[in-house]
Design a protein around this ligand. Structure first.
Ligand SMILES: [Zn+2]
Length: 321
């Protein structure tokens, strides 16, 4: 088998929300947050990478954040770094990493690494920028902090280096973009570019995409949030996203090898290709129901980015590394 899959979980509550609800996932039926994701993955002998927004100590205090970091590491999953710096410094006018200078980004990353090491006893080696807010300076700041894996690119969602989909090595840093794919309805190609996100796609489309990506020997980045399983909980305590995750892990286990950041670092450069697959068949049902929402969301994001986009100094990246 030459295809790989990587379960990644952006673990964060965000500002003005409940940490218990969005991360721990407390419900009347038990916990459906981080511990439930760990439980489902354990059942399939799959380790997940939790990108933890440790900066939420600035919103919710140290105890809940420490507790979730410990829980992840105690369960032998990965606790890595997710950067939403404003949650700690409360500079709400600068929410993305790319809003900061190189020196500031270096410091933000170091602070985050120190906190996770303090809580979990393990220093992270992998990073995902909040809101895909990566720029050339972020990559340099990661290298300067001895980070070896980054997964902050998401096709056109990041404002820097748009459209980039291939894994690549930048100095000692391996960049593994969030897996994206294009779909077709019958023979008709459809946009936008999608990602393998439990919250975005029905099981049928997730499996169709996974099948196609396995065929091209891809590294498949599966995308969850800490609250993904909680989101679809019904009044009887069943969660459609639990079913989706189980089916997807069963399929991927049979066709590809599971890996985490440590493996990616060890294997660098990755022995995979990642062509942009554009022919994943989607159903008419999804096209009519879920698709318009995704399309609207994509257009909104694009408009937002055009108004916010700043000129980034691309050549500086290589000079700095
Ligand atoms: Zn985030």
């Amino acid at each position: 088998m030459t295809a790989f899959f990587w379960v990644t979980v952006d673990t964060e509550a965000g500002r003005g929300r409940s940490f218990d609800k969005w991360v721990v996932g407390k419900t009347e039926f038990g916990e459906f947050g981080v511990s439930k994701i760990i439980g489902v993955c354990d059942n399939y002998r799959v380790r997940a990478t939790f990108f933890v927004d440790v900066y939420e100590v600035g919103l919710y205090g140290e105890d809940p954040v420490r507790s979730v970091c410990r829980q992840i590491v105690d369960a032998k999953h990965e606790c890595q770094l997710h950067t939403h710096p404003a949650n700690l410094n409360h500079d709400w006018s600068r929410q993305r990493m790319s809003d900061y200078s190189l020196r500031e980004q270096e410091k933000i990353i170091r602070e985050g690494l120190d906190l996770i090491e303090k809580y979990a006893g393990v220093r992270p080696i992998a990073h995902r920028a909040g809101a895909y807010g990566v720029d050339s300076r972020t990559l340099s700041a990661l290298v300067r902090n001895a980070m070896v894996v980054d997964s902050s690119y998401f096709y056109s969602y990041n404002t820097f280096d748009k459209g980039f989909v291939m894994p690549r090595t930048i100095g000692r840093l391996t960049e593994v973009p969030v897996t994206v794919f294009g779909a077709r309805l019958g023979r008709l190609p459809v946009r936008p570019i999608l990602k393998l996100d439990l919250d975005w796609l029905p099981l049928r489309e997730l499996l169709a995409a996974a099948e196609r990506l396995v065929q091209v020997n891809s590294i498949i980045v599966l995308f969850l949030h800490g609250d993904s399983l909680t989101r679809t909980l019904d009044e009887k305590g069943n969660s459609a996203n639990v079913d989706k995750l189980e089916s997807l892990l069963a399929f991927l286990n049979s066709r590809a090898s599971s890996l985490v950041s440590e493996d990616i670092a060890r294997m660098s450069p990755l022995p995979v290709t990642l062509p942009l697959v554009t022919d994943v068949p989607i159903s008419l049902r999804f096209a009519l129901s879920g698709f318009p929402t995704l399309l609207r969301r994509t257009i909104q994001t694009q408009l937002h980015q055009v108004s916010e986009q700043k000129v980034q100094d691309l050549p500086v990246m290589l000079a700095l590394l």
